[in-house]
Ligand binder design. Structure first.
Ligand code: NAD
Length: 306
């Protein structure tokens, strides 16, 4: 009997084809309520998800046949990893599949802030023509500080070097040789906060990185500096950031991710003109979504055919 795969979030038709061509029996059932998913999960060897399906301990209790869960994307926050491990279920993701896409959003945010694109758009649409107010800055020659130069951070470094920025980075797990190959100088965090004109965060949320950018750190940043977080909510203290922007100490900030998603409508950052944001769409391009769907299908097929 061929192995059965349940696809419970929207993958792409190409990804489903990869699974079928590997001889697997595939059911696509997107948007099931938890109860409905619990009722059928016992019939499957593999589960393919993006971020919408919540793979809870309760669901895993019913997954008596399940061998593997494939998450098309990077973060596995929607999978109870401890429960999966206890049941011997392998969890796979697709690190790297959306790195270019996320790095491009970070770059777009830096460029958008330096040239006031969102605020100037709102101003023109409101019938104003504020040329002086929206005088901006060039990227060229500025110092970019990248915190975390893994898959995404290293793509950003590459793009920033091409844009003629000087790039410094902090990442305790990268060797100076590897950093030099990327064209980046490794520095300590204190130096990065103090020297960078723009700072972009690309670290996971861990005990070490929670609240990494707090009031004290924001105060150490250069006057007029930019801060971008396309990594995870909780790495930046959002209230302290709102204060640093409102006082004019920081020149601008952009968040793709928030402590609480979606953020409350009266969030203190929403009153600040030099703040821009997006609704956690860092990995959301057609190209990346298709790439990670095909990648997870290939990984699942390879695992089930072992
Ligand atoms: P990665 O694991 O390839 O890179 C993370 C890097 O951070 C590693 O090089 C690691 O050495 C470094 N690091 C770990 N702890 C650190 C610390 N305390 N200080 C400095 N560096 C530290 O991960 P990635 O694929 O580059 O992803 C980076 C982040 O982006 C993750 O948090 C991921 O969840 C997030 N992400 C967000 C989106 C989005 O939609 N906005 C999409 C994909 C990934």
């Amino acid at each position: 009997m061929s192995a059965r795969v349940l696809v419970s979030d929207d993958l792409s038709p190409e990804a489903v084809k990869v699974l079928e061509e590997a001889g697997l029996e595939v059911d696509v059932k997107v948007g099931l309520k938890p109860d409905a998913l619990e009722a059928i999960i016992g019939g499957y060897d593999a589960l393919a998800v993006r971020s919408a399906t919540k793979v809870t301990a309760k669901l895993l209790e019913r997954a008596t046949r399940l061998k593997v869960i494939g998450r098309a994307g990077v973060g596995v926050d929607n999978v109870d990893l401890d429960a999966a491990t206890r049941r011997g279920v392998v969890v796979m993701n697709t690190p790297g599949g959306s790195s270019v896409t996320v790095a491009e959003l970070a770059l777009a945010m830096i460029l958008g802030l330096y040239r006031h694109v969102p605020a100037a758009t709102a101003s023109v649409k409101a019938g104003k023509w504020e040329k002086k107010k929206f005088q901006g800055h060039e990227l060229s020659g500025k110092t970019l500080g990248v915190v975390g130069i893994g898959n995404i951070g290293s793509v950003l470094v590459d793009r920033a070097v091409a844009m003629k920025m000087r790039v410094i980075a902090y990442d305790p797990f990268i060797s100076p040789e590897a950093a030099a190959k990327l064209g980046v100088t490794l520095v300590e965090l204190d130096q990065l906060w103090a020297e960078a004109d723009a700072i972009s965060l690309h670290v996971p949320l861990t005990e070490q990185t929670r609240n990494l950018v707090n009031a004290g750190v924001l105060a150490r940043m250069k006057r007029g500096a930019l801060l971008v977080n396309c990594a995870r909510g909780g790495i930046v203290d959002e209230r302290a950031l709102a204060d640093a922007l409102a006082s004019g100490h920081l020149g601008g900030a952009a968040l793709d991710v928030f402590e609480k998603e979606p953020p409350p409508p009266d969030h203190p950052l929403f009153a600040v003109e030099s703040f821009v944001c997006t609704p956690h769409i860092g990995a959301s391009t057609e190209e990346a979504q298709s790439a990670v769907a095909v990648a997870i299908a290939e990984q699942l097929a390879a695992y089930l055919q072992k």
